[in-house]
Design a binder for this molecule. Structure first.
Ligand SMILES: Cc1ncc(COP(=O)(O)O)c(C=O)c1O
Length: 470
């Protein structure tokens, strides 16, 4: 049935009584006073009204600076905001129309290839992505295609590819395996092997293994996986079986921390087995959400069949991404930060975050209620568990709820296989969590624990589940 034209200020917005409605407090003559939440209004409204409604709804979100659950950047300076506003209209795929943004993208990943010690950064190949998820998918796809090409050339089956991962991988790898029909082989973490470290790797690897994922900054805890040890285990496997298995390093967070804070740690292209590395520029690359990077050691590590040609300044540019259109502004923001901070500036920012993380971890570790899982010295992230036998009145989910009353978003969640009975709580320290704020957080944790300890009877546990996803 066609919509009935309406002259009434409210009915023209299609808001049925009893339906979910927004009820802003505007009362301009002739203007709507409520909007249906789930149907497009029939007619226009003033931009001021629409703006205010969107603005007010977004205000109901948590305070991003107090969001210690996320790895993703929540602060950039005013010059970055200016560049963002000036370039919000640029589409990254329009390389012919925006050749300078395209050139800047190449400069950025070449700088990153050099940060990651590619043998010849000019001979590497890389691309910007929407984030680490897309970057990991591309890394995984290249592993799969290289394996397929080698198997076909040898006249062997390509039916059952598998990928070796820690049970603590981020969900993007589960997606990769699901979407691209690769069997995930999870190596469970344990108290003795808190991360994938090459232990018993030979039990998981076979001729159908397309690669091993090593994580620099495990999402659950922030710990680095020892890429060199994993590579050494694969060297031994190659000696005994002849299987030459490459590594993709998922450096979502650590890829932009290790080059500055642990420059002597050998985890990157210095290891020949590392074929590709990905990172989230919007994590410790310090850019607002929407940017990741993936770099391959050499052009030969990225099978040519996966690369498409995009016209660029009358010439051609390789394109290898899952998305076609996507924002170009973040690439410019990354370049701004590279120029603005340089190596020294990145070092200072990351070191300041690490100092705050180590301060918080040390103080939380001193509290009898808690036992640290790690101390924030890899990426500035650490997790703790409740000391066994400390209390039967409350758990970390209750503490998380209590801290939320003060605005702090600090999730509690179970660990992955084989430690699913263990619940931890994690703090991600990012640029913007100052020492001052950290001291306030500590005071709030002490106060919350004192409150929970003083309860006369245990907190209810019905319906307590983590809403947190990695
Ligand atoms: C280790 C790891 N890999 C991949 C991702 C996915 O990153 P993004 O959110 O940039 O897609 C994350 C996100 O936390 C992560 O920690």
């Amino acid at each position: 049935m066609p919509a009935t034209p309406s002259t009434s200020p409210t009915s023209n917005l299609g808001a049925d009584p009893g339906q979910n409605q927004l009820n802003p407090i505007f009362a301009r003559p002739g203007e709507a006073t409520d909007f249906a939440l789930d149907r497009m209004p029939q007619s226009e409204s003033l931009p001021e009204t629409a703006y205010q409604i969107v603005h007010d709804e977004a205000m109901l979100d948590g305070n991003s600076r107090l969001n210690l659950a996320t790895f993703v950047g929540t602060w950039m300076d005013s010059y970055a905001s200016k560049i963002y506003a000036e370039s919000a209209d640029k589409n990254m795929i329009d390389k012919d129309e925006y050749p300078q943004t395209a050139a800047i993208e190449t400069r950025c990943w070449t700088m990153i290839a050099s940060l990651w010690n590619a043998p010849d950064p000019a001979g590497a190949i890389g691309t910007s992505t929407i984030g680490s998820s897309e970057a990991c998918m591309l890394g995984g796809l290249a592993l799969k295609r290289r394996w397929q090409l080698a198997r076909r050339a040898a006249g062997k089956s390509t039916e059952k590819p598998n990928l070796i991962l820690s049970s603590a991988v981020q969900v993007c790898w589960e997606k990769f395996c699901n979407y691209w029909d690769v069997e995930p082989r999870y190596v469970p973490i344990s108290d003795e092997h808190k991360v994938l470290d090459g232990f018993e790797l030979e039990k998981y690897v076979d001729e159908n293994t397309i690669g091993v994922v090593a994580i620099m900054g495990v999402t659950y805890t922030g710990m680095y996986e020892p890429v060199a040890e994993i590579a050494a285990a694969l060297d031994r496997i190659q000696e005994s079986t002849g299987l030459d298995i490459p590594i993709h390093v998922d450096g979502a967070s650590g890829g932009m921390i290790a080059p500055f804070l642990q420059p002597d740690l050998v985890w990157d292209f210095r290891l020949e087995r590392v074929a590709s590395i990905s990172t989230s520029a919007h994590k410790y690359g310090l850019v607002y959400p929407g940017l990741g990077w993936v770099v391959w050691r050499t052009v030969d590590d990225l099978p040519k069949e996966l690369v498409f040609d995009v016209t660029y300044l009358g010439g051609h540019m390789p394109s290898f991404a899952l998305n076609f259109s996507r924002p170009g502004a973040q690439v410019l923001l990354q370049y701004y930060l590279f120029l603005r901070l340089g190596w020294d500036g990145y070092y200072k920012v990351q070191k300041a975050s690490q100092d705050v993380a180590v301060f918080l971890a040390t103080e939380i570790g001193k509290m009898p209620a808690f036992q640290l899982w790690n101390d924030g010295t890899d990426i500035p992230v650490f997790a703790w568990q409740l000391t066994q036998g400390y209390t039967d009145k409350w758990n970390l989910y209750h503490l998380s709820e209590r801290l939320r009353l003060k605005g702090w978003l600090i999730p509690a969640y179970p660990m992955p296989d084989n430690l699913t009975d263990m619940v931890v709580q994690r703090v991600v320290v990012r640029n913007g969590l100052s020492r001052n704020l950290a001291e306030s957080l500590l005071a709030d944790i002490v106060e919350a624990v004192a409150y929970l300890d003083a309860l006369e009877s245990p907190m209810p546990t019905e319906g307590l589940v983590t809403s947190f996803t990695h």
